[in-house]
Ligand binder design. Structure first.
Ligand code: ADP
Length: 572
């Protein structure tokens, strides 16, 4: 300006980036384009790492997992209309898994809405079923308030997905720099306290829970990814070890206490849930994954003590005792309450002994299967070799990403989790196609850890192009594809099923046999390995684990290994 005094002005894109940076956002995931490209560039200039994907679906899965791993909302940035729609996959996945995430989408010009504008969509309506809270910035001056609010809401109560809508005209409006600073300060100072504070469990409820645990003959502590999210691992370890109560993690709860812990009931799951008389369930829903807490899997007389941040969850399940509050706080206080008059079951307690015996039996049965070198590969042989290679890495343990029906189901039993929040899988929704997004989120969230994905060829295929993203950012991710030529495997139809005018088409479940997935990554400069034998697998793992560079191991399996629908055949 001519007089040199007039302050500069900034546009909406810059203001959004400034607010995100002020709110502590340090990473974003997304796909740029009209009207948000400059938002991403501004964010990068302000120190935020922007991880650019090929597809919003995969970027959205990354944002959801990033929220889970870090405890702060993962951010997905998309363009209007179709970009927002692709982003719904990540937003819904965040909601169902109770992970904090914010979808930020550009939208069309407000004055042209309803007239067929470029990439026009009523995005607030589109996100409605999947969003805890949605808001549109209708004017540039509103940006700071809505940015703080949407971030706070994503993480408050039960975490989930929220949505921020940024119309093109608002992104192009401008305000004076000094005015922007003032608006940001005001918005930050008026953040709603009730969104940030965690509810505290009532003392009377803690006492009731402890009274039940004391009387129990066959107590069990179950914990899930809500406990992992709450970082309750140290509290749980103290409680388990001081009381001697066996524990059972859900799939993503694995690692809060090591799978190798002597009180781990994982390998005696049916006995533990079938026979326990009191179950303390921490940050895990009694949904399909836990058989709804009902017979025949659970005993009809079992008493549940549920710890959950969400009051509605407790009301839904009607446990004997419900503790509404943060898992870490609740478990710490249960421990403190017990400490005044401690009890410990001890190794020779009949319940502890029965579980330990069953664990030993089941583990040795599985070891017999695992010990064989079966070639062409079944699931067990390569999983054993991968398990041993991972255990050989010690600490920090890698983050394991797992998906695909058989690969995930068999892998869950074989692969060992020793550290908290080191497992990401298809989750509450059984979402397939999350693998590459989760790998990228994990690598970005935990730069000290290697990331190892063990996934089926169909899970990999959903977003295989994101191997380019791995290479572009040089992320330490080793993707192991269990290639059995299709969804569940190759063509398994009986001859009578193969009829009609399209009988020469490949089976709906099958892919090109022997597909060269390892070559795909080489196209971008990544390292690819074709693996068909135990020796090839051991050497590819040794090399790629120590290189800590993007790699894809194409592990060829017997196309008849595995079963249709994995372990969920009863739902088929
Ligand atoms: P899993 O899949 O491991 O069984 P779920 O996703 O079903 O776990 O359940 C996680 C539960 O944890 C959800 O009901 C969620 O409300 C709850 N939760 C989330 N954060 C916390 C927290 N900080 N403290 C307690 N519970 C929490």
């Amino acid at each position: 300006e001519s007089d040199g005094k007039t302050s500069t002005s900034i546009d909406g894109n810059t203001l959004v980036a400034m607010c995100l940076a002020r709110a502590g956002v340090d990473k974003m995931f997304g796909v740029v384009g009209i009207p948000v490209t400059s938002l991403a560039n501004r964010a990068v200039a302000l120190g935020i790492r922007f991880v650019a994907f090929h597809n919003e679906q995969s970027a959205g899965y990354a944002a959801s997992a990033y929220g889970y791993l870090t405890g702060r909302p993962g951010i997905l940035l998309t363009v209007s209309g179709p970009g927002c729609v692709h982003g719904l996959a990540g937003l819904s996945n965040a909601g169902v898994n109770a992970w904090p995430m914010v979808l930020i989408s550009g939208s069309c010009d407000q004055k042209d809405f309803g007239r067929g504008d470029f990439q026009e969509l009523d995005q607030i309506a589109a996100v409605e079923p999947f969003s805890k809270y949605s808001v549109k910035a209708t004017d540039i001056t509103k940006i700071p308030t809505v940015v703080f609010e949407v971030l706070d809401r994503a993480g408050s109560g039960r975490p989930g997905g929220c949505y921020l809508d940024l119309p093109t005209d608002v992104l192009h409006q401008s305000v004076a720099d000094s005015e922007a600073q003032k608006l940001i300060d005001e918005a930050e100072n008026s953040r709603k306290k009730e969104l940030i504070a965690k509810p505290l469990v009532k003392n009377s409820e803690i006492e009731k829970a402890v009274a039940l645990l004391r009387k129990a003959e066959r107590p069990l502590i179950v914990f899930g990814k809500g406990a992992a999210y709450a970082r309750a691992e140290n509290a749980l370890k103290k409680l388990v070890e001081s009381t001697g109560i066996p524990f059972l993690p859900t799939p993503m709860g694995k690692g809060l206490l090591s799978d190798t812990h002597e009180l781990a009931a994982t390998a005696a799951r049916s006995l533990a849930i079938g026979k326990c008389d009191v179950a303390l369930v921490v940050g895990a829903r009694l949904n399909w994954l836990l058989h709804f807490g009902e017979p025949p899997k659970w005993s009809k007389d079992v008493k549940f003590i549920l710890v959950d941040i969400d009051k509605d969850e407790i009301e839904l399940r009607k446990p004997s005792v419900g503790l509404v509050g943060d898992a870490k706080d609740a478990v710490e206080r249960i421990y403190e309450e017990i400490k005044d008059e401690p009890f410990c079951l001890g190794k020779s307690h009949p319940w502890v002994e029965a579980i330990a015996k069953k664990v030993k039996e089941n583990v040795s049965k599985m070891e017999v299967q695992l010990a064989k070198d079966v070639v062409p590969f079944n699931y067990m042989t390569p999983l054993r070799i991968i398990r041993d290679a991972i255990l050989g890495l010690g600490s920090p343990a890698p983050i394991l990403v797992s998906e695909g029906a058989n690969t995930m189901d068999v892998g869950r039993a074989v692969l060992v989790q020793t550290e908290p929040r080191t497992r990401l899988d298809a989750g509450t929704w059984g979402t397939m196609g999350v693998g590459l997004g989760y790998c990228i989120a994990a690598a970005v969230a935990s730069p000290d850890r290697l990331v190892v994905a063990v996934e089926g060829d169909s899970g990999f295929g959903f977003s295989a192009m994101e191997v380019e993203t791995l290479v572009r950012y040089q992320l330490p991710v080793v993707v192991i594809v269990f290639n059995n030529g299709g969804v569940y495997g190759g063509d398994r139809r009986s001859p009578e099923e193969i009829t009609g005018p399209h009988k020469d088409d490949p089976a709906p479940a099958s892919f090109v046999p022997g597909a060269g997935y390892h070559v795909l990554t080489e196209a971008f400069g990544g390292k690819g390995y074709l693996v068909q034998t135990p020796d090839e697998l051991r050497s590819a793992l040794a090399e790629s684990f120590s290189a800590r560079k993007p790699a894809v191991l194409n592990v060829i399996l017997d196309p008849y290994a595995g079963s249709e629908s994995g372990r969920l055949q009863h739902k088929n």
